[in-house]
Ligand binder design. Sequence first.
Ligand code: V47
Ligand code: SF4
Length: 393
Amino acid sequence: MELQNEILEDLSPEAQRIAEKVYSDQRISDEDCHYLYEKGDLSFAGTLANYIREKKHGDKTYFNRNFHVEPTNVCIYSCSFCSYSRLIKARDQGWEYSHDEIMEIIRKYDDQPVTEVHIVGGVLPQYDVSFYERLFREIKQHRPDLHVKALTPVEYHYIFKKEKISYEEGMRRMKEAGLDSMPGGGAEIFHPEVRAQIAGDKCTGDQWLRIHEIWHELGGRSNATMLYGHIEKAEHRVDHLRQLRMLQDKSQGFQTFIPLKFRNKDNEMSHLAEVSVIEDLKNYAISRIYLDNFDHIKAYWPMIGRTVAQLSLAFGVDDLDGTIDDTTKIYSMAGSEEQNPSLSTAQLVKLIRAVNRTPVERDTLYNVVNDFSEEDFEDDGFRGYIDLPVVNQ
Ligand code: V47
Ligand code: SF4
């Protein structure tokens, strides 16, 4: 405590106030959050975020075994950050899986110990309410214990409008068909000033929040994301986090917040430089500090790479998503270093242990599947970190 007081004395009055709030379990304000983005340094935000992370989870670092299915990369929308979707007019360059083709992918995992399928992709008219009802039903009939985490308010808003049904009725039908939870995508930046420039005419921030709220009222759980590091300013990030924190106070249905770093390869915003790793870590830390009512902060390693993912575990992150395989194209196409984003469970466990954290395999709802306290893996040559290139002096 003496040391803590000494450190506090060296801080600016604003930083002192923030530190005092965090150490006495009080919520920080929007102004505090803005201060951290504009003036707080990384080590300060990181120290506070790590304090909260360890208080909530100790050294535990969660991951799950999942796989992704992307029914199509053709999309009626044209978000300017998206490297992955092909416009309808260039349809022949993309893929559009049928119901049977998707089921074939699902069946490929029959002998794998995966607990979750994450389904998300472009928006197209043939993927409508009845398509997804039939798909969810068949997945559940085929493998009842596989958790279906599928689609975002971007798809739901579109298909319910086309079907002329309310969000309430639509989400009820999805639940009845077998939807278990909703991933966090499509949130981008809620503020209309930014959203209008990057996400065109897909669902608004209010519609995104409303669909999650209805899903939470039905007893469902979901995640939330924020796409950062493009044209948004600190005030837009604060506004985004504020709206998430407010909804979470009301509905308590969010499990995890996932900051998504904008990657600039092959999209309409390629002229923008990507933000630094320092900015990435600061963003994780500030999210951890501000979102006091979110249990988990996740770093999506296929997007930021394994090394930054390891670092993030000291800046508020307690979850590294899953041991996904190379069926996920969204980030490799946007310029992530992870061109083949595949990690075996043994590799992910080593990667977490290499930074002195404790790996815990979870299911989608954070029930523990395996805590790896006793288990050891055969040495497959992977040391839990990536070698940096050696530069000759
Ligand atoms: O909404 C698209 C983002 C999201 C780019 O809930 C990009 O567990 C960076 O939400 N640079 C979809 N990001 C992915 C997503 C997600 C991923 C992993 C886990 C979960 C979860 C959710 O990907 C989109 C958009 O924000 N995105 N293009 C890009 N160029
Ligand atoms: Fe379509 Fe989603 Fe890409 Fe936007 S981000 S163009 S909605 S696939």
